[in-house]
Design a protein around this ligand. Structure first.
Ligand SMILES: Nc1ncnc2c1ncn2[C@@H]1O[C@H](COP(=O)(O)OP(=O)(O)OP(=O)(O)O)[C@@H](O)[C@H]1O
Ligand SMILES: [Mg+2]
Length: 260
């Protein structure tokens, strides 16, 4: 169904040992929309993204992507963990880009992008190569296809990582602070690629400290602190006129750090 949101999270909770790091998170992402998650260090942003693509299990609540319960199935009124194969199938439909680029160091940019479609999706190699070239062009790296990660700047590596995630034709793209490990002068080129993806209708959840990016690109901004959603809404509201003191304090700190 195209009318329902692509992502629906309800009351998601997660503890590590005795520490509850997600305390009932709700989130909806409509198809083609961009949601930016902001929040201080330790607020649970990464953990929440990792629950959506099942790098972590969650303890309570429900996450649905495209109508399917993530990691679980309901049988006889009870929830059961899905078999690994089905979890792997669900994970293939979600692309994730991390703070660190995690490219395969012994493969060229092109090979990095070709690898998963060939190995996992069993795409014919010629077709995967053609698509990988098109994706590298899309992220502005057509001329770098033959370079190894060590021969690329951080911004270029991150753009290869984005192309690699897109090669799996994901329904949803998750970004976890994709620019925070980059030198400041390389941030813009990665944000520009993300802006284009957003403009092309890619559904994205972006954890970022780039407040200006969130303000410009997000359809909704969600501010988390201490494992809860403190405030959410249009960027003009949450960033432009935050209602909560915690949001204001966080934004003021971000602005101060950017000026520094
Ligand atoms: N594998 C783990 N085991 C134990 N505690 C964890 C684990 N992963 C995260 N935590 C804790 O969960 C809390 C939330 O961490 P998380 O990484 O989700 O925060 P974050 O909002 O992404 O922070 P940052 O902005 O620093 O990336 C933190 O207190 C963290 O120490
Ligand atoms: Mg994090």
């Amino acid at each position: 169904m195209s009318g329902q949101p692509l992502v629906v999270a309800r009351n998601v909770s997660k503890s590590f040992g005795h520490v509850e790091v997600l305390k009932g998170i709700d989130l909806e992402v409509q198809r083609g929309q961009v949601v930016c998650l902001l929040g201080p260090s330790g607020s649970g942003k990464t953990t929440f993204l990792r629950c959506i693509n099942q790098l972590e299990t969650y303890d309570g609540g429900r996450i649905r992507v495209d109508g399917d319960l993530v990691g679980l199935e309901e049988r006889g009124g009870r929830l059961h963990r899905l078999p690994d194969k089905r979890i792997a199938a669900q994970r293939r439909e979600i692309g994730m880009v991390f703070q660190r680029f995690n490219l395969f160091p012994h493969m060229t940019a092109l090979e990095n992008v070709v690898e998963a479609p060939c190995q996992v999706l069993r795409e014919p190699r010629a077709q995967a190569v053609a698509r990988a070239r098109a994706l590298l062009e899309r992220v502005g790296l057509a001329d770098r296809a033959g370079n190894y990660p060590a021969q690329l700047s951080g911004g270029q590596q991150q753009r290869v990582a984005i192309a690699r995630a897109l090669a799996m034709r994901p329904k949803l793209m998750l970004f976890d602070e994709p620019t925070s490990a980059l030198d400041p002068e390389l941030v813009g080129e990665v944000l520009a690629v993300m802006k284009e993806l957003a403009a092309d209708g890619t559904t994205m959840i972006v954890v970022t400290h780039e407040v200006a990016f969130a303000r410009e690109v997000a359809d909704e901004v969600v501010f988390m602190d201490g494992g809860v959603v403190v405030e959410r809404g249009a960027p003009a509201e949450v960033i432009g006129a935050p209602k909560h003191e915690r949001t204001r304090t966080f934004l003021a700190r971000m602005r101060a750090e950017h000026r520094a």
